[in-house]
Design a protein around this ligand. Structure first.
Ligand code: NAD
Length: 299
């Protein structure tokens, strides 16, 4: 049993912390919102009054926050996790953030004598609940060896991608590919609908054909074929369109800095920007289906 401080109990963090409790770890959690703290208490966890209180309670500190600015705010400074964590604690940030912040925070941790991993995840809320996430991890091999058994309580595939920042690099590439494939699946289902082919028939064929992909097989944006998908609950997130836009922007920034050509990634970023500007940033990212539909013209 490990003692774990868990900060950020949102759509992903709450089920991840619940899986740590199921694995018999002692979890002290914190979120700026009260509701998930109450739920953690009901599942056997402990609620802290601040991020540093949760962090100071753990030999392992895990964060699952929205983006880079929150990660910097929570980790850095005299009242940050790095200054207040237990001596020898292992810090694991599972948020999806920019590579630069991941490296900066890990360097600050190293300066304070603390090991740190960037360990963003793939698999969505379904994977977080089922404990089947994929973790892509950046950091020293010795830190990875310490963190891997804990991450296994929340995920099925744990990959050491390389030094600090390597996990975030893998993650932004993954999400850019996911956004592009999601939009492609939406366009296919809308075209089939216009041509009179039922969604279930298209799914039965394509989910075992060459267009088969996670966006279609596990998370189909057209209501019907995949009962657990957000499309069947009014596109309630899940993984929000705003968070997908954030990741696409991270990918575009990295693409600009590295000179990698990401033309489809840029198109996907533009479409998600329109969805978010339309006031739908809180919906699941598969709600891009509604945008694709509304962009259609009458023949
Ligand atoms: P979320 O917005 O549901 O959860 C973030 C939580 O952090 C919220 O509960 C918020 O109140 C809390 N928070 C914000 N600032 C805080 C602070 N200073 N101190 C303590 N708590 C604070 O987001 P999410 O969907 O759980 O995603 C979290 C991260 O995981 C993001 O970086 C996202 O890109 C990534 N991610 C999400 C999914 C998904 O399907 N939802 C999948 C993979 C990766």
């Amino acid at each position: 049993m490990a003692t774990i401080g868990f900060i950020g109990l949102g759509n992903m963090g709450a089920p991840m912390a619940a899986n740590l409790l199921k694995a018999q770890h002692r979890v002290t959690g914190y979120d700026i919102v009260a509701a998930p703290l109450k739920m953690l208490g009901e599942k056997g966890g402990h609620a802290a009054a601040s991020a540093v209180e949760a962090a100071a309670a753990g030999d392992i500190v895990i964060t699952m926050l929205p983006a880079g600015p929150q990660v910097r705010a929570v980790y850095l400074g005299p009242d940050g996790i790095i200054a207040r964590a237990k001596k020898g604690a292992l810090l694991i940030d599972c948020s999806t953030i920019d590579v630069e912040t991941a490296r900066l925070v890990a360097a600050a941790a190293a300066e304070a004598g603390l090991a740190m991993l960037d360990a963003p995840v793939s698999g969505g809320t379904i994977g977080a609940e089922a404990g089947t996430l994929t973790f892509m991890v950046g950091g020293e091999a010795s830190a990875f060896a310490r963190g891997e058994p804990i991450l296994k309580n929340m995920g099925r595939t744990i990959v050491h991608a390389g030094p600090s920042g390597a996990g975030q690099t893998a993650k932004i590439c993954n999400n850019m590919m996911l956004a592009v494939s999601m939009i492609g699946v939406c366009e296919g289902f809308v075209l089939a609908e216009k041509l009179g082919l039922p969604a279930q028939t298209l799914w039965d064929i394509c989910s075992t054909s060459t267009s088969s992909c996670w966006a279609m097989n596990n998370y189909c944006p057209m209501p019907g074929p995949v009962p657990a998908a957000p499309s069947n609950r009014g596109y309630a997130a899940g993984f929000t369109a705003a968070n997908m836009l954030k990741d696409l922007r991270l990918a575009q920034a990295a693409s600009g800095a590295s000179g990698a050509p990401t033309l489809m990634g840029a198109a996907a970023a533009n479409l998600y920007q329109l969805l978010v500007d339309g006031g739908h940033g809180g919906l699941d990212f598969s709600a891009i289906m509604q945008f694709v539909r509304s962009a259609g013209t009458k023949p």
